[in-house]
Write a protein of this length. Structure first.
Length: 133
């Protein structure tokens, strides 16, 4: 349950749940009762030299039965199933507590990445603190 008493989704254990995304897809998420601690970041990778176009997340080398949603205090990154591929990433931006950072050069080598949908925590019915019941 969230802080306003709303259901988040079926619990898998004390710290993870299956979320229903606004698109109707189901996603696995590790949840932290008080929200992730300060300083957690996600890096968004781009195929262009100026951080334009589609953004990707570096990801593992296999598709999961239920794709993961990575939940930070400022937003949630829901992995898009079937989008895992090796891509040459040229630039990146870091998303953290202060929002999206500046465009930086990346490695320029092939990296396993996935597409993602971004949601605000409220879009997923996540209002902190969470109560695991």
């Amino acid at each position: 349950m969230n802080a306003s008493g709303g259901e988040v989704g079926p619990l898998l254990d004390r710290g993870s749940a299956v979320l229903s995304l606004p698109s109707g897809r189901k996603s696995y998420a590790q949840l932290f009762p008080n929200g992730r601690g300060a300083g957690w970041t996600m890096t968004q990778y781009y195929l262009t030299t100026d951080c334009s176009g589609d953004a990707y997340l570096a990801w593992n080398t296999f598709e999961e039965l239920i794709p993961e949603t990575i939940v930070l205090n400022g937003g949630a990154f829901a992995i898009v199933p079937g989008s895992l591929a090796s891509r040459v990433v040229r630039t990146k931006k870091v998303f953290g507590d202060a929002g999206l950072g500046a465009c930086q050069a990346a490695s320029g080598v092939s990296t396993m990445t996935s597409r993602f949908d971004f949601y605000l925590p409220g879009d997923l019915n996540l209002f902190y603190p969470l109560s695991v019941q």
